[in-house]
Write a protein that binds this ligand. Sequence first.
Ligand code: ADP
Length: 416
Amino acid sequence: MNAADRALVLVVNSGSSSIKYQLLEPESGAVTASGLVERIGEDTGAVEHRSGGKTVEHEGPIPDHKAGLRLAFDMFAESGQDLAEAGVRAVGHRVVHGGEVFYEPTLVTDEVLATIEALSDLAPLHNPANVTGIRSARELLPDVPQVAVFDTAFFHGLPAAARTYAIDADLAARYGIRKYGFHGTSHEYVAGQAADLLGRDPGDIDQIIFHLGNGASASAIRRGKPVDTTMGLTPLEGLVMGTRGGDLDPGILLHLLRSADLGVDDIDRLLNRDAGLKGLSGVNDFRELRRLIEEGDEPARLAYDVYVHRLRRYLGAYLVELGEVDAITFTAGVGENSPDVRADALAGLDKFGIAVDPARNAAKSRAPRHISPPEARIPILVIPTNEELAIARAAGRVVESTARNPHNALTHRPTR
Ligand code: ADP
């Protein structure tokens, strides 16, 4: 079978102890199978595999990512789909940090893989897992092209004033310190979907997008190009998240280092795992937070208020940065499912042309939709994100252009 006849793309998202995967058809978006491998490296791991309306589960030790992927592949075979035979056109990998090097979907070669690994300094929690996932998939599907799709890529061209931190310029240059931004695949996909919903060309409109999942980020996009985003050198900056606090006075870290007898690893854990909603309320899941608030839990209420306050701060900043806004969009787990966050983030802004229609906002739907009243000046939208589909499409495009002209592979190699 040659690459052009193959229809399906396998999308792999490897975390430090988990792998999410989806086998899908990039043009239609039809998902053939999907699954989650969890607790890799722990005493008991688990795989949950869904295909053809059925869910198959497996429990047992999963020593590493390769074993996890192999188990997932076995489950494909069990459900009648041998991946080696299924006509997989490409494997698309989500890679968190592309640094200054990668800013478009890139065909994986040994050199590319080594460079992604070298970028682990910038993303120690993410890139090593991404590299392990790519290595495992290459070993298990050696004849299928692997494509890396970078979370930072969409924000590569941020204007200098937005991407530069005001610290010693030589030091910043030496250590690659700049705002990179993350969730780019989602922001780009959602910006395109929002433009479609409005019947406009993404290159003609200005947008603010709030991606509110476990991680959360916002972006300001002028005529299709991002001009600002909340995440920075790492995914720690910006909005309040499930377990990350977003913006902090850096003096807090100095104070803790000097006064609290904490080391670098303690601070790392504090910032990445024990801050945000979890740090304030003890829970990182938004549904749990709602439940606590309904029970009258004060810390949960404060966590919610801090979360919304931060959203409004960036909304204000981005309204001013853009000057004119054609859409404000909410996406990801919280953004898509939490009408109260949307209403509270935008409350009292009628004089700016911003309003939420209570009935539209409360309606449950999985479709892209308006939640502003028909007469409002600025459309407020809810758009379900689909990072897997965006990655599958990007991977499909790279493989197609390489098949048409093998020299094109060179254009997907890093430029330094
Ligand atoms: P990620 O992909 O970053 O892991 P998601 O986009 O899946 O995260 O978002 C996870 C968050 O969305 C969790 O805080 C979860 O509680 C929240 N969420 C999911 N469904 C709902 C819902 N129906 N109502 C409120 N919050 C929800």
